[in-house]
Ligand binder design. Structure first.
Ligand SMILES: O=C(CO)COP(=O)(O)O
Length: 252
């Protein structure tokens, strides 16, 4: 049985004041609801706020995560943030290959695979994002695009690391648009991804959590999370509102 994971991706949002308010509200919401301990919760915050959020989350059942990491270990890579820096702030998760990084920062499948390997070497849990654009969906290329994105990562990691990754299926056309994949549409892709993981190792594939992301909200979370291969959510906009984020955790 896979334990569900609800991870917030704050993207480039937040401020010292807003983060304090948001995390204080989420913590008190979780504390007042014993049921919510049944799933894992994480927030992936902008790097400048690691120290602040580490302090705010001290003792809370909410893990800290990053939204990206360098594929390099250390050195002359201006602007990059390394896995060891993430570890110093107790980050447990790191998102790699988000579609916004792929689209706006030209991240390739190969670079994303290198970042995944680097994260695993550091003992971080990579949340590997895959997903097709609307044009690719309409051209009937969902399976080939998403399978290729995952395959390049799978080829780069050791079988013994397979169970340590989290995969997130985020159809690009559903991100920030208010359009959500129907539970059946999402489940179909998740099942396909699970099959692909099984080719590498069946036992580990059964343990890998596959999250859905793309306009997940309190009013659609429950039906999405009820699908057999949807093991949680990667939440953008709704992770910035404590009531919405708590409602999604509750649905999980
Ligand atoms: O990109 C996402 C999470 O990584 C999803 O964003 P939204 O929930 O805002 O659609």
């Amino acid at each position: 049985m896979r334990r569900k994971l609800v991870a917030g991706n704050w993207k480039m949002n937040g401020s010292l004041a807003a983060n304090t308010l948001l995390l204080t509200e989420i913590k008190s919401g979780l504390n007042s609801n014993p049921d919510s301990a049944i799933c894992d919760v994480a927030v992936c915050v902008p790097a400048p706020y690691f120290a602040q959020c580490q302090g705010l989350l001290n003792g809370a059942a909410i893990a800290l995560g990053a939204q990206d990491v360098s594929s390099h270990e250390a050195g002359a890579y201006t602007g990059e943030v390394s896995t060891s820096m993430l570890q110093e702030f107790d980050c447990r998760y790191v998102i790699v290959g988000h579609s916004e990084r792929r689209a706006y920062f030209a991240e390739s499948n190969e670079l994303i695979a290198q970042k995944t390997v680097r994260a695993l070497q550091a003992g971080l849990t990579p949340i590997v994002c895959v997903g097709e654009t609307l044009a690719q969906r309409e051209a009937g290329q969902i399976d080939s695009v998403v399978a290729e994105q995952l395959n390049v990562v799978l080829a780069a990691i050791a079988v013994s690391d397979l169970a340590k990754i989290v995969v997130a299926y985020e159809p690009v056309w559903a991100i920030g648009t208010g359009k959500t994949a129907t539970p059946a549409m999402a489940q179909e892709v998740h099942a396909m991804l699970r099959k692909q993981l099984q080719v590498k190792n069946a036992e580990a594939a059964a343990q890998v959590r596959i999250l859905y992301g793309g306009s997940m909200k309190p009013d659609n979370a429950q039906e999405l999370l009820a699908m057999s291969d949807i093991d949680g959510g990667l939440i953008g906009g709704a992770a910035l509102k404590s009531a919405d984020f708590l409602a999604i955790i509750q649905a999980a």
